[in-house]
Design a protein around this ligand. Structure first.
Ligand SMILES: Cc1ncc(C[n+]2csc(CCOP(=O)(O)OP(=O)(O)O)c2C)c(N)n1
Ligand SMILES: [Mg+2]
Length: 530
């Protein structure tokens, strides 16, 4: 025990988090992190206990997406951290700010392989391949390490950041921390570059906008910019929900021929906060993206801007750069709305041509929006989510996200949905997940019960890894390994203390089921028949 008024490194770390606006941490404690938990006692920071560290990271991810603040996870040395790595990698792929704080073995034994509890040969080296990591190797490091981490979390391309605290440092006495460093100024492109980009946009007859996840918090200014330029806005998965129902909105995968054709016919493409990743731009690996006319890119990351060629590159926060461009742009007349309408019709029609079952799956997704307007839809990697990723006009910016693109970690849904519900307790959250994905993270449904999180777990039960089975059939190979037996969901729900309903795959019935009032989480099974 420490004397009364002496606080430890672990306790100061929690104080430092609170001072930086952290309200919730998602964690699983162990003997290596006891001091962090001593710090939580009496602090304003709430702790949510996940059932697996992968769930901690997925919760931090969902929380960050729904709150626009970094998500924070506490995990133990070794297995706690390796369990969290998948969630950290998912956050890296989708540019989600996440701080993971773990223990590490005492300084004097690191690297010797003596068989200490939770020992990894090179813990930091494993993490460093994925994201920035720093060790707090003495008490005076706590404040500077937090300033370093929050600097990374709040500027440039967001992503995961890791801090590790050796078990011998965690309980050391630690002086009070200095106040947090002031927030770093966000980067803006020089005036001359903004003016040159505006000149190009003004000279173009037709402009098409490609919006990515980096634009997901810019609904108002994006709408104003698109209207000024009379430009259709094609949206990647992480941009969905922007400009819902707008004439210029094309809520369809840039992969689709209809979207490719729309982009190619423009005089000028403006790409905002998008990395041109293949899961958005060449979903089916059909052909590389065609060269786009006169491309201007806006991105917060110089690394990203370095990767894909463009005639003009504006480095800065998407919303701020758009706001700076707007007064320099003259209004355009033209047929933007007609072009967008044509692309929407063609994209929807193309889904039926790709697979006759896709439109039915999309109708089920749209039934969620009908039943629960303004809900967040957090997806796993399952058939109706693929359909929505191809075409779906969600009604909340940033309110459609899932693990079917980018890193694509099956089992993401439950944790991410709980994190999102904790960030936005006033909203309905729907976790749309397959029977296979559910069995990756069943424990986190019980976390939802503990937290009384307002999540509907909507389980698409087709008794197996159906999309993978289809892929094997498509590749003319025997289907092997694709029929893990599904959980019997009624007793499973009962074991979790979740209200349960089972429905057929009919949109009207789904609307009815979702509209039944329910305080706290519940489980609805969709019995899939096609
Ligand atoms: C961690 C991880 N392991 C494996 C996969 C490969 N995978 C993608 S979808 C899928 C099947 C998912 O089955 P289910 O959740 O039932 O969805 P369905 O395709 O049946 O709708 C698998 C195994 C993955 N994406 N992530
Ligand atoms: Mg399935």
């Amino acid at each position: 025990m420490q004397p009364e008024n002496v606080r430890t490194v672990g306790e100061r770390l929690v104080e430092g988090l609170a001072a930086r606006g952290v309200e919730v941490v998602f964690g699983i404690p162990g003997v290596h992190t006891v001091e962090l938990y001593r710090g939580l006692s009496g602090s304003p920071v709430r702790h949510v206990t996940a059932r697996h560290e992968q769930g901690c990271a997925f919760m931090a991810d969902g929380y960050a997406r729904a709150s626009d603040k970094p998500g924070v996870a506490f995990v133990i040395t070794g297995p706690g951290l390796t369990n969290a790595l998948t969630g950290m990698a998912q956050a890296r792929a989708d540019s989600i700010p996440m701080l993971v704080i773990s223990g590490v073995n005492r300084r004097s034994v690191q690297g010797f392989g003596l068989g200490w509890l939770h020992e990894l040969p090179e813990q930091a080296a494993i993490v460093r391949a994925l994201c920035p990591t720093r060790q707090i190797s003495e008490p005076s490091d706590v404040g500077p390490a937090l300033d370093w981490a929050f600097g990374l979390l709040t500027t440039g391309r967001p992503g995961p950041v890791h801090l590790e605290v050796p078990t011998d440092v965690m309980p050391m006495p630690c002086e009070p921390l200095a106040p947090p460093a002031p927030a770093l100024a966000r980067q803006m492109p020089p005036e001359a570059q903004l003016a040159a980009a505006a000149t190009k946009l003004n000279a173009a007859k037709t402009v098409v906008i490609l919006a990515g996840g980096g634009a997901s918090r810019t609904d108002g200014v994006l709408t104003a910019l698109a209207e000024r330029l009379n430009a259709p806005v094609i949206q990647t998965v992480n941009a969905r929900g922007l400009m819902h129902g707008h004439d210029l909105c094309v809520p369809a995968s840039p992969s689709l021929d209809a979207c490719r054709a729309l982009a190619v016919q423009a005089d000028q493409v403006l790409a905002i906060g998008t990395e041109f990743g293949p899961t958005d731009y060449d979903m089916y690996g059909v052909a590389p993206y065609p060269k786009l006319p006169g491309m201007i890119r806006i991105d917060v990351s110089s690394e990203q801007l370095g990767k894909v060629d463009a005639e003009a590159k504006l480095l800065g926060d998407a919303g701020a750069v758009m706001a700076a461009l707007l007064p320099r742009l003259s209004p355009k007349t033209g047929n933007g709305a007609a072009l967008a309408a044509g692309a929407r019709t063609a994209a929807r029609a193309a889904m039926g041509e790709l697979d006759a079952r896709l439109p039915q799956r999309l109708e089920m997704v749209e039934a969620i929006r009908t039943a629960l307007p303004g809900a967040l839809i957090v997806g796993d990697s399952t058939q109706p989510i693929y359909a929505g990723n191809l075409y779906y006009d969600h009604d909340v910016p940033g309110g459609w996200f899932n693990a079917a693109t980018g890193y694509g970690a099956l089992g993401f849904g439950p944790g991410a949905a709980v994190g999102a519900a904790i960030a936005q307790p006033q909203r309905q959250v729907v976790c749309l997940i397959g029977d296979g994905g559910l069995q990756f993270s069943p424990g986190e449904l019980r976390t939802a019960v503990d937290e009384r999180a307002q999540v509907t777990f909507l389980v698409w039960n087709n008794a197996g890894f159906r999309e993978i089975a289809d892929a094997m059939r498509g590749a003319n190979t025997e289907v092997i390994g694709c029929t893990p037996s599904p959980l019997r969901l009624e007793p499973f729900a009962a074991a979790c203390d979740l209200p349960f309903t089972s429905i057929p795959m009919e949109p009207e019935v789904l609307v009815w089921a979702l509209q039944q009032p329910c305080e706290g989480p519940r489980l609805i099974e969709i019995r899939v028949t096609v």
